[in-house]
Design a protein around this ligand. Structure first.
Ligand SMILES: [Zn+2]
Ligand SMILES: [Zn+2]
Length: 773
């Protein structure tokens, strides 16, 4: 522990008294492992294979999950990084194959790299009965027949199940007939609209298996998350039990929460500007490297990771340590696999001491056992944060993790409220399998695979045993539109063509972002987001590289860009109206009304503003001429009567700024409770809403039909708004800044905003929510 203390002192050296950026230190003690005995059902040859790889005894959580699966109960194991989750599914699945090599296992992972690592891990067991193979877009056609016919452990991804396996289920008949286990690795990555599609793909998979007489057991592995059993049940459609009590050992970790100081620079509406997290991380990285600590810094963008590495090198050179400057590098997505492996090896050997990486690489890299990890900004999810922090700690040597806050309300909240990180997790992985925009194409795909029987709508509902009302209404609409044909036996797909569905998009077809000079496809943007992100003049970032948009052609679905990094950022100005279509659930909390339901959002991008990259300072505003857009989606809203506000010291004039500021901060905090980005959701606050006749705040899912985020916000409203108020109160600025109530995506240029009013507003709302509960 002394060594880690010494590192921390080094990082703090030179800070003026009273201005320490170190807000909290959490000592996570060494956790001794809790080994268990091998279960009696585990075949000796499988146990011997694990022992040969150094696993002499399993941990308690591995045995608990493996035994549930072996006994035929679907299970999710939700424990920390490097806790050995793979053994939990490998053991029962290998036992099944040892017993009957004709049995089959289907393994799904979100990335090809992870499937490749898994294949390597299985092959290293050297079990004669195991025939494992990957099956994805890269598998040569001549190998595909072999995999279908002979592999008894197939590693693939949900996209391939959707596109390759299910539409050709006849050719996979013997595979499906013998399918015993479906393994879903890193299942917390299936969230939002994509997660909703994956949920329906899994329902189609279960249906096809049932036709061939199989009822596979699902084994899911997830990072630590709230309510894992509920999320897994919703994802798979079958009851899933959870194993969350981690029995693996971990070295002691000193976890420091760090808030860079405010600078003298001025941003929008003269708000103070905090020192950038990436620059701060560069300085910390340099200090740790000087101390000889092997350190990995996670930065949000590729450009950011390069800047952090450069800034660390500059600090080292200035300190006269040129030899050390050469031992710092950036690790980024553009690298080839060999380059990445070389870099990983250099870090493991100690030749490299400091590496700055992007969050995008958190799943794909083989780096652990570090002395220190720096997190420059919240990576978007609590699960990711732990995944990254989990790379610190070599053997049982204590390690240091430093979380550096960015100027964002969620980061502010986390560094000021350590219990949100170190207490029970509150972030739940959410999706909405009953989103009609997901259901309609998925039901078409299902009907094209096998006609949907009259009793089958129940197979597609969000929770087992739930109401079939939504599914039935979507089937009815598809029939009325002559997409499906209703017959006495059920619903049929009668076209000769297969339905085309993009399970990673949200309909309407994405807009392609094309580099004019090379004709290369740089990326794609959801059509719904195109107006706000790739309008003419927008600076478009892709994997950390900057482009400037020359022209957006909505008819062609193309945005033409050129490679350029101007010293400013752009953000769209828009006008948003929201109309309530219907409340699904609504309740009173004293004088308040709280509801979740369907809304129509009309949004028009009317211009954009440019801000200086370095300081956030406003440069100018440019008009744009774009058509209004309609979005039917799900929202959570609450209504606060004006007479209550009057009595509480918020007169009508003060309400717009107070409600707007409260809405911004709430949007910033929702990712703590639901697995969304603040870009996945939108908000509207108004002092007099035409549908409610009162001051109302709405937060809506930014995807057609909703993605489960607003619903989760409704269910956790009290906790969510409580955290929102705490985030605003803990920011030391006077009248609002990006760390509390200003939003980088505000369509209104962050005007009006009333920081103090937002606290009063939330005080009133929370008092009534508490009284009503
Ligand atoms: Zn602030
Ligand atoms: Zn706003």
């Amino acid at each position: 522990m002394d060594r880690v203390r010494h590192l921390l002192d080094r990082l703090l050296a030179g800070t003026p008294p009273g201005e320490s950026p170190l807000l909290h230190v959490e000592e996570l003690p060494t956790r001794p492992g809790r080994p268990a005995t091998w279960p009696a059902w585990a075949p000796p040859e499988v146990v011997a294979a694990f022992a040969a790889r150094g696993v002499t005894a399993p941990w308690t959580h591995q045995v608990a999950a493996a035994t549930a699966a072996w006994e035929g109960r679907s299970v999710i194991v939700s424990t920390g990084t490097a806790s050995g989750k793979s053994l939990a599914y490998q053991l029962p699945a290998l036992a099944a194959l040892a017993d009957d090599p004709r049995a089959r296992v289907l393994y799904l992972s979100p990335t090809k790299a992870l499937a490749g690592d898994q294949l390597g891990s299985l092959e290293s067991l050297d079990l004669p009965f195991l025939r494992a193979a990957t099956y994805d877009g890269d598998t040569p056609f001549e190998e595909r027949d072999w995999v279908r016919a002979h592999a008894n452990w197939v590693l693939t991804n949900p996209d391939m199940v959707h596109r390759g396996l299910l539409p050709q289920h006849g050719r996979w008949a013997s595979f499906f007939r013998r399918l015993r286990f479906v393994v879903i690795d890193e299942c917390h990555t299936y969230r939002g609209v994509f997660g909703s599609h994956v949920a329906q793909v899994l329902r189609r998979l279960r249906r096809v298996c049932a036709v061939y007489g199989a009822r596979p057991v699902f084994v899911l592995a997830s990072a630590t998350a709230a309510d894992a059993a509920t999320s897994a049940t919703r994802l798979t459609g079958v009851p899933v039990e959870a194993v969350t009590d981690d029995g693996s050992p971990h070295s002691a970790v000193t976890f420091a929460l760090w808030e860079p100081p405010l600078t003298a620079l001025k941003g929008e509406h003269d708000a103070p500007v905090r020192r950038a997290a990436g620059a701060e991380a560069g300085r910390l990285l340099a200090d740790l490297v000087i101390e000889g600590a092997r350190t990995l810094a996670f930065v949000r963008s590729r450009r950011g990771s390069e800047q952090t590495a450069l800034s660390a090198q500059r600090h080292l050179t200035e300190a006269g340590a040129t030899d050390l400057a050469e031992r710092v590098a950036a690790y980024r997505a553009g690298y080839l696999a060999e380059e990445r492996r070389a870099l990983e090896a250099s870090l493991a050997s100690g030749r490299l001491l400091g590496v700055a990486a992007t969050n995008a690489l958190e799943l794909g890299m083989d780096i652990a056992g570090l002395d220190a990890v720096i997190l420059a900004g919240f990576p978007g999810r609590v699960a990711s944060l732990w995944q990254q922090a989990g790379r610190a700690g070599r053997g049982l040597d204590p390690a240091l993790v430093v979380f550096v806050a960015r100027d964002d309300p969620l980061d502010t909240y986390l560094v000021h409220h350590p219990q949100a990180l170190f207490g029970r997790p509150v972030e739940a992985t959410v999706c909405d399998p009953e989103n009609p925009y997901v259901l309609a194409p998925q039901l078409c795909a299902a009907a094209a695979e096998l006609p949907i029987g009259r009793d089958e709508p129940a197979a597609f509902v969000a929770s087992p045993g739930g109401s079939t009302e939504v599914v039935a209404s979507v089937l009815e609409r598809l029939t009325a539109d002559r997409v499906l044909r209703a017959r006495p036996q059920g619903w049929f797909w009668t076209s000769h063509d297969r339905p085309v569905i993009d399970i990673r998009g949200t309909g309407g077809g994405p807009v392609s972002v094309v580099d004019t000079a090379t004709g290369a496809l740089v990326g794609t943007v959801d059509r719904g987001a195109a107006d706000g992100t790739v309008h003419a003049g927008a600076v478009y970032l892709h994997q950390g590289r900057a482009y400037v948009v020359d022209r957006l052609d909505l008819d062609e679905g193309v945005a033409l860009v050129h490679d350029e990094s101007p010293p400013w950022t752009t953000s769209a100005r828009d006008v948003t109206d929201i109309a309530i279509v219907g409340a699904e659930r609504s309740r009173r909390a004293g004088p308040l009304t709280v509801a979740v339901g369907t809304v129509d959002v009309t949004n028009q991008v009317v211009g954009y503003i440019r801000r200086r990259l370095a300081t956030g300072e406003l440069i100018d505003e440019q008009p744009l001429d774009l058509p209004p857009r309609q979005l039917r989606t799900t929202a959570v809203w609450y209504v606060v009567p004006q007479d209550e506000l009057d009595a509480f010291g918020l007169p009508f004039d003060a309400v717009p700024g107070a409600a707007h500021a409260a809405e911004h901060a709430a949007i910033g905090l929702l990712p703590l409770f639901a697995t969304c980005d603040r870009w996945d959701i939108g908000g509207v606050s108004t002092a007099l809403h035409p549908d409610t006749g009162q001051p109302t705040v709405f937060v809506y899912d930014g995807h057609p039909g909703g993605a489960g985020f607003a619903e989760r916000g409704h269910d956790a409203l009290g906790e969510w708004l409580d955290a929102t108020r705490a985030a605003i109160r803990s920011c030391e600025c006077i009248s609002g800044c990006p760390s509390c109530v200003q939003s980088p995506k505000c369509g209104n240029g962050n005007d009006p905003l009333d920081k103090a009013g937002a606290v009063t507003w939330l005080d009133l709302v929370l008092r009534h929510l508490r009284d009503a509960s």
